[in-house]
Design a protein around this ligand. Structure first.
Ligand code: IMP
Length: 436
């Protein structure tokens, strides 16, 4: 069984949770390698739906070891609550392994995330306000607090004291917010240390040893390619390496040990937060009118496009092959899982963006300059739909209506990657395997 990176190929929310849920049970380890509780995916447990934000979805399978890698930023309060929620549902967290090198989200990170956004006004990023950016900022500035620091009270106090010397004046003098004392931080965080200590592990060594023994590893990406700090639509991105390369740095496993990279793509595109989105079909409240607004509303309502973490309405648009080709390159995609194909059953005809046009120039590839992307006009192909045909019970590719098959094959052709999985509904069995 090879090791696989599962990565969002758009702006997040591509349905990674469902595909992870589908394949995770076959792996020995399931590893989160970046991001934090800004992620959110729903897993099905019996007749209940549970929302996971930080816990690797491997926790749902007795045989899989869930791992929080060094590249993740951990809000210990959230993790402890998530563990309690899972345990109350009868799901054991006993196999969880957490890297001692993962950074800790502190209360001031969350305050600063909110305050920064407020100060940006209309240019705000639209963050989840979970403290992700400010925590990675401190990590890069070499001022962060790591999980291992929680276990030595003397060191933890010293680090908090040092941090507060800088953070308190910023909180109070720049943003007019409340300040913290070392004592109150210790009171909140040291009990977390006692709960989390049994789960600490040398995760990089553990994973490398496992790979040497022929075990399989699934690297579970959060967010998506266009939210990647390097390859995304900067500055409208998250602060971590969501792309497949991040799996190596965020876990301590060398890239040669990664065999397959599975990109998750929705059959259309969604985005939350600000930033450019060429194929967006704006909602009326965002200035969309006529067919554009109708398409946006239909994609949102039929696709239930509301954030798991924030509850926000997601911006919606047609499939963008320029983005898909870019994601194929920067992640080295070997396969694609196409999700929510059933949502397109609501349309007479379906548009696919094959290139952009900006200032008289055609772009078949992802433009280097953000300003081009902001003003890019999509060049669409229009494909016949399969409106009214319910595809949610289709079990094989051949059972799909001819136009749905042609749509999938066309996407393969224009994006250059094999679509090995097609999802036609939210449940695990509403999935067509095509060689995965
Ligand atoms: P942050 O990760 O909270 O700093 O937010 C930065 C950007 O990433 C914002 O546009 C968020 O809406 C977006 N973002 C963060 N996490 C997710 C996710 O899981 N799905 C989709 N967008 C996300």
């Amino acid at each position: 069984m090879p090791s696989t990176v599962l990565v969002g190929a758009q702006w997040g929310d591509e349905g990674k949770g469902k595909i992870t849920d589908l394949i995770a049970s076959k792996y020995d380890y399931v590893v989160r390698y970046q991001g934090g509780n800004n992620a959110g995916h729903t897993v099905v447990h019996g007749d209940k739906k549970l929302a996971l934000h930080l816990m690797p979805s491997g926790v749902m399978y007795e045989n899989a070891i869930p791992v929080i890698g060094n590249g993740v930023v951990v809000d210990p309060g959230v993790l402890v609550k998530e563990m309690a929620m899972l345990q109350a549902e009868g799901i054991s967290c006993k196999n969880l392994k957490i890297s001692c090198d993962a950074h800790v989200i502190m209360p001031w990170h969350k305050d600063l995330d909110g305050a920064d956004e407020k100060s940006l006004g209309e240019h705000k990023i639209g963050t989840t306000k979970r403290g992700i950016g400010p925590c990675y900022q401190d990590k890069a500035a070499r001022k962060g607090i790591r999980i291992q620091d929680l276990f030595d009270e003397k060191i933890f106090r010293l680090k908090v004291e040092t941090a507060l010397k800088q953070k308190n004046p910023v909180l109070s003098k720049i943003y007019g917010l409340h300040t913290y004392t070392v004592e109150e931080i210790c009171e909140e965080y040291l009990p977390y240390a006692r709960i989390l200590k049994p789960y600490m592990a040398e995760t990089a060594h553990m994973l490398n040893s496992a790979l040497r023994e022929g075990k399989s590893v699934l690297f579970e990406g959060a967010q998506g390619t266009l939210l990647d700090i390097d390859h995304g639509t900067y500055p409208y991105v998250t602060s971590s390496s969501c792309c497949a390369g991040g799996a190596a740095t965020g876990s301590g496993v060398g890239p040669v040990n990664i065999d397959r990279v599975l990109g998750i793509e929705k059959a259309y595109v969604t985005r939350v937060g600000g930033g450019p989105f060429p194929t967006e079909q704006r909602f009326p409240e965002d200035g969309g009118v006529g067919e554009e607004a109708e398409t946006g509303e239909l994609l949102c309502s039929v696709g239930h496009e509301f954030g798991v973490t924030t509850g926000r309405k997601r911006r919606c648009g047609w499939f963008d092959a320029v983005i898909a080709r870019y994601a194929a390159e920067v992640n080295g995609l070997t396969d694609v899982a196409l999700t929510k194909l059933d949502v397109l059953s609501a349309f007479d005809t379906i548009k696919v963006c094959v290139a952009y046009e900006c200032n008289g120039k055609r772009y078949d590839y992802f433009p280097m300059q953000q300003s081009v992307l902001f003003h890019a006009k999509p060049i669409y192909e229009e494909l016949p739909g399969w409106k009214g045909e319910d595809i949610t019970a289709c079990k094989s590719f051949e059972e799909l209506p001819e136009n749905a098959q042609k749509y999938v094959e066309h996407l393969e052709e224009i994006t250059g990657v094999k679509i090995s999985i097609v999802a036609v509904g939210p449940d695990r069995d509403q999935t067509i395997m095509r060689g995965w």
